[in-house]
Every structure is written in C-alpha cells, then in structure tokens.
Design a protein around this ligand. Structure first.
Ligand SMILES: Cc1cc2nc3c(=O)[nH]c(=O)nc-3n(C[C@H](O)[C@H](O)[C@H](O)COP(=O)(O)O)c2cc1C
Length: 248
C-alpha cells in the first residue's frame, strides 16, 4: 500500500541563495504529507564550476537487503579545472564531490549498513550552474528520461531502498525517474532523502510517489537545506531512529 507519511524534519530554512528570494518550505516530524510546498521561484545557486572526479558506488558486505541510491550533481558532471573550485561555498550547489545527496547517503549507510549506488547519467551535466539549470529545465519540460550509465544488477535483493536526490526545479532530477522506471519496485519500502535550496521538498515526494507502484511503502522523507548539510548527521541519525524499519 502506497503511503506517504509525515515528514520528520527539515534543517535550516534560512535564505542563503544569492539570486533567490523564496521562502524555504520546512517540514517537521508532525508535518503532513508533502504537498504544495513550492515556495521558490528560482533554483538559484552560485556558479562555482568545478569538481574532481566522479565517485563510484560502494558495496557493503553481501547479504544486506538495504540499498542507498542517490543522484547528485557532483557525480554527474566533469570539471575542467578542479583547482578553481571554491570548496568553502557551502551555501551553494556544488560540483565538488561528495555532493550533498552523497553526504547524506554516507551517513545513512553508517546507521543502517546497506549498499551505496550513485545514479549516474550517460551524458554528464555541465559544471556551469546556469547551463546545468537550463538543461535540467529542458528535461523537466520534455518529461525526459536521460539515459543512465550506472545500474543496479540485483535490485530484487533489496527490500528497503533509501532514495536520495536534490530538488531540481521543484521536483526530482529527471534521471531519478529514469532510475525509478528501470526496476520492479513492487513490495519494496522506499525512504526518500532530499537536499534542497529554499524551495524545500517542493513536489519531489509527490512526483516520486506517482512514479512508483501502488504497493510500494513510502516512509517519511528527510529534507535537508543545503547550507545545513554538513552539520546534518545528527538529524539524519534521529530521522532513521524514528523510521519504522528493521535494520538489524
Ligand atoms: C539544476 C538545479 C536545479 C535546482 N533547483 C532547485 C529548486 O527548484 N529548488 C531548490 O530548493 N533548490 C534547487 N536547487 C538546489 C539544490 O537542490 C541544492 O543545491 C542541493 O543541495 C544540491 O544537492 P547535490 O549537491 O546533491 O546535487 C537546484 C540545483 C540545481 C543544480
């Protein structure tokens, strides 16, 4: 039975985006299911341009029934001049690895174990923010399904899938929909984790829910405002403690 439960928490809702004046959409442990949370007109982020190389999926010991899959810009771009990256630009979307969603994924793995999987497109996005924005906007407008270069060979082995991504244009990055549509999710439990700017979760969870079969159980997501990501491990721990999952 598909069910979207209340949000547990969202960190930091202070405005820090340079070109965006939206009010952050916050969620708390008592918040209702995600709906109507689009508050930001522009997905404004800084235009830092770089990054080192892409990270790869890392497997934990065999036998786990938990997958932690995530999409992050930093794993989906190529930076010509890594030396130009402003590593201190914590309030901005970054092409530096690990990306924000990857940081959350690593902390989730510390708590529950499981296997990490980075969702990577065949054609990397530009490391230029404006160009990345434009392509993402086009893909959303076209309801595109960008081809993926990374795949999960044994999805049938996983009962619980943590699925993480940034808010892109108030919804999921389109490659996450490619990922979702690639597998049989029937009977699985999906636990979203989202990192975002001032737009909060926007329509991410509704759109993810719509893309999954009816018999998927969707547990309460966590949303983390990007300037707060680096300090969010305790919040991630608390969120997981309150999830109705057996990770023993
Ligand atoms: C193409 C693009 C579109 C974005 N759109 C939004 C948006 O609509 N709302 C929002 O709150 N943040 C938006 N952001 C900001 C990201 O959600 C935020 O920076 C996130 O922490 C990035 O996570 P990542 O490092 O895992 O990619 C956007 C960023 C990019 C690159």
């Amino acid at each position: 039975m598909k069910k979207t439960i209340s949000f547990l928490l969202v960190l930091g809702m202070l405005l820090s985006l340079p070109a965006c004046g939206g009010t952050p959409a916050g969620q708390s442990s008592s918040a209702p299911p995600v709906s109507s949370r689009v508050t930001e007109d522009l997905p404004a982020v800084s235009s830092e341009e770089t990054q080192p190389e892409q990270s790869q999926s890392v497997d934990t010991p065999a036998g786990s029934n938990i997958l932690i899959a995530y999409f992050t810009w930093a794993d989906n771009t190529v930076v010509e001049d890594p030396g130009s990256v402003d590593a201190d630009a914590t309030t901005s979307a970054s092409v530096l690895v690990p990306g924000n969603a990857a940081k959350l994924a690593a902390w989730i793995q510390q708590e529950v174990g499981g296997d990490l999987h980075s969702i990577v497109v065949e054609e990397p996005y530009s490391s230029d923010y404006d160009e990345c924005l434009d392509r993402a906007a086009d893909e959303k407008a076209d309801n595109a399904r960008p081809a993926l270069a990374s795949h999960v060979d044994n999805m049938e082995d996983y009962d619980i899938v943590f699925l993480g991504f940034p808010n892109w244009w108030y919804t999921l990055p389109m490659p996450v929909l490619t990922f979702v549509e690639e597998y049989d999710w029937s009977g699985k439990t999906v636990i979203p984790f989202v990192t975002h700017g001032t737009g909060g979760l926007s329509s991410t969870i509704q759109d993810l829910t719509a893309a999954l079969p009816e018999d998927v159980t969707i547990l309460e997501p966590i949303g983390v405002y990007r300037p707060d990501v680096d300090d969010s491990q305790p919040a991630v721990q608390e969120w997981i403690e309150n999830l109705d999952i057996d990770v023993s």
